[in-house]
Write a protein that binds this ligand. Structure first.
Ligand code: VG1
Ligand code: CO
Length: 544
């Protein structure tokens, strides 16, 4: 085999964001761009020679080309073994599981998650460590340092090989294993949930489900698990064939982008249970008949019901949620007598807590939830969790949520996203809020009195590392909150996220429309940030 040592020059824009490096495909295609980042991953590893890695992605445009490049580079860098999903497919949760199950040193996941795919759209690459989780900040920092100093990358001069058939082969001295992407994951799910009980649920005439895979990676996983193993009617999974451009859609499971499913669920004769997942399979949206479950509530409800699920029968050791996620889970944790941790946005911050067994369940308001079974959020896992709850209770999704509110109170919650705004305007807007923080304390705004206003900083309870500037928070004396952050996953301009929450203990006031219930706080949030003047936007792009 011939190893080529290619001279290169650093790119200044390879700093990983909330979840890996995401750019337009055209940007990744710039000569040396992908290679530089991959070499920087290898350079950042303690020992790349002899290492074993998982490799796969969500099947989006450029997935195959990138896999082939990474195989050639892995071989040149002395990687001993690559475990690759057949066809280059691995959902993010499946990749996390494979790293853990086969005790690999890490994995490279190719995905831009919920961002659209296609020649004009987004691509992404992310490194996961030996615990199966996204690289923590000290590792992503190290990778970034390498990208700034790189002068050469190594690549084997090799022909394209077949990754569409399972089996083992030698690739230029590298041991390659092409595995079924679904098998290991499906087996894990069957260990955590009561498949017999869920099977019975699917057999009952009164229960029907639609799962929208949004033409993304969960198609084969959902079809195998829901239809083949659990006996759901064929056709339960819609948009189940992964396409490189996700059918031109935006594989983000929310009320705006999963419109097809929402329309089905809100039709007169609609199914009883609906769910969707995102591009790489780590997000979930849960719907009942004409009913939307807010992700923050979903986490709280899972925590409250975990002891009914086989994999969590021992109870949960604790819960963690990202800072902008509503405080609904905190109330459940308090009732259960376990700790609730508040971390910055991004799954990488849950890893230490999970590894130290401080928490069993984690969640984010951005349609993500997961547990200690892997180290990523897990879309289908959440759907199966809900199916198991529904099979236990034999009640509707709406009934279960309303009962939860009556027991714990309701945290009205919404998020406003202003996508693709001018980056400089976004920075100025954030600076403008920051300037007001000190003077806001103690102020009364409408019916609300400010209890604290700060720039969220997190100290990891396990390794004491500190992560600063994780969002601007304004907290009120009644527990309501307004939070502002700039997204770390976008690829063009900036995205401002505004998170708004209010707690309502009175069950007689649990039937309000969310936007109405939060109306006053929404107005306050717009005024403080001066959103319209600073961004030119009257309304957000997406409301969740
Ligand atoms: C968003 C979400 C965050 C999530 C991240 C990755 O990040 O807010 O909660 O962890 O996406 O999810 P940001 O920085 O854009 O707000 V995924 O499914 O895109 O890997
Ligand atoms: Co995702």
């Amino acid at each position: 085999m011939s190893i080529e040592k290619i001279s290169t020059h650093p790119f200044k824009d390879q700093k990983p964001g909330t979840s890996g490096l995401r750019k337009k495909v055209s940007h990744f295609k710039i000569e040396h761009y992908l290679e530089n980042f991959v070499q920087s991953i290898f350079n950042s590893m303690d020992r790349v020679e002899g290492s074993q890695l998982a490799l796969g992605g969500d099947g989006r445009y450029y997935n195959r080309e990138a896999i082939h490049t990474i195989m050639r580079m892995a071989s040149a860098n002395g990687v001993a073994r690559l475990v690759i999903g057949q066809g280059g497919i691995l959902s993010t949760p499946a990749a996390s599981h494979i790293i853990r199950k086969y005790k690999l040193d890490g994995g490279i996941i190719l995905s831009a998650s919920h961002n659209p795919g296609g020649p004009e759209e987004d691509f992404g690459i992310k490194f996961n460590t030996a615990n199966g989780g996204p690289a923590p900040e000290n590792v992503t920092e190290r990778i970034y340092e390498h990208t700034l100093n790189i002068s050469e990358y190594w690549i084997a001069d090799a022909q394209l090989v077949d990754i569409d058939h399972q089996g083992n082969f030698d690739f230029e001295g590298l041991q390659v294993e092409i595995i079924d992407p679904v098998d290991d994951y499906a087996e894990l799910m069957s260990q955590l949930f009561d498949f017999d009980l869920i099977h019975q649920l699917f057999n009952s005439a009164s229960f029907t489900m639609r799962f929208d895979a949004m033409h993304a990676v969960t198609g084969p996983y959902a079809t195998r698990i829901l239809e083949d193993m659990l006996g759901a009617e064929p056709g339960t999974v819609i948009n189940g064939t992964p396409l490189p451009d996700f059918g031109g859609g935006h594989p983000d499971p929310n009320l705006t982008y999963a419109k097809e499913l929402v329309d089905i669920m809100y039709a007169t004769q609609g199914p009883t249970f609906g769910a969707a997942s995102d591009g790489d399979g780590d997000r979930n949206m849960i719907l009942g008949k004409r009913f939307f479950v807010t992700p923050s509530d979903s986490l709280a409800i899972m925590a409250a019901n975990a002891h009914h699920i086989p994999g969590y029968r021992q109870g949960i050791s604790g819960v963690a949620r990202s800072m902008p996620t509503s405080q609904a889970a905190d109330r459940v944790a308090e009732r259960l007598g376990v700790e609730c941790y508040e971390t910055p946005t991004g799954w990488k911050f849950f890893g230490n807590l999970l590894d130290a067994r401080k928490v069993t369940l984690c969640g984010e308001e951005s349609f993500g939830s997961g547990s200690d079974h892997i180290r990523e959020k897990d879309g289908l896992w959440a759907v199966l969790f809900w199916l198991n709850i529904l099979a236990n209770k034999r009640r509707s999704v709406e009934d279960i949520v309303r009962e939860h509110w009556s027991l714990f109170g309701r945290n009205y919650y919404t998020r406003y996203d202003y996508e693709g705004i001018n980056s400089q305007a976004a920075e100025e807007l954030m600076a403008g809020i920051e300037e007001q923080l000190d003077s806001l304390k103690g102020k009364t705004l409408g019916d609300f009195e400010v209890a604290y206003a700060d720039d969220f900083s997190y100290e990891d309870p396990i390794d004491q590392s500190i992560s600063e500037h994780q969002g601007l928070r304004i907290g009120f004396t009644d527990g309501s909150r307004i939070i502002y952050r700039l997204s770390g996953t976008g690829t063009s301009g900036a995205t401002l996220r505004v998170y708004i929450e209010r707690f309502e203990p009175d069950p007689d006031k649990h039937h309000l429309d969310t936007q109405k219930a939060l109306g006053e706080l929404i107005s306050i949030a717009k005024v403080i940030a001066d959103i319209q003047a600073k961004t030119g936007r009257e309304e957000p792009t997406v409301i969740t």
